[in-house]
Design a protein around this ligand. Structure first.
Ligand SMILES: [Zn+2]
Length: 118
């Protein structure tokens, strides 16, 4: 994987994550209280595994889903597996990653999964 692309995607992912959190803070009073009670340096970790129940309740399922995908993608970067499909292991095309930095599957696997879930 192109290291420059990975670095760029990592930044996009962090930005996206902060954007979702900022959105939540402005739209949800409970969430605002949680965030205000936190150390600012922990903010980036807000969606990590130790996220508490109250925080989860304050998140809409859509936002939570996105945060989880973003975290998975960040984990994949740390593991050096970013950009490889979690299902088949093939490379995810760069255009797809640029459009959806948290894409974890190639289009074929994603399409197959969506068909199965329907
Ligand atoms: Zn695949």
């Amino acid at each position: 994987m192109d290291q420059e692309l990975v670095a760029r995607m990592e930044k996009s992912l962090m930005d996206l994550k902060m954007e979702i959190i900022a959105n939540l803070v402005s739209s949800n009073k409970d969430f605002k209280e949680i965030v205000e009670g936190m150390d600012p340096k922990d903010l980036a970790d807000i969606a990590s595994d130790d996220i508490d129940r109250k925080t989860i309740e304050a998140l809409s399922s859509q936002d939570l889903k996105r945060l989880k995908l973003i975290d998975s993608a960040l984990t994949r970067i740390q593991q050096g597996k970013y950009g490889l499909c979690v299902k088949c292991g093939k490379r995810i095309p760069q255009e797809r990653l640029e459009a959806i930095p948290y894409a974890l599957m190639c289009i074929e696997c994603k399409t197959a999964e969506e068909r199965r879930n329907r």
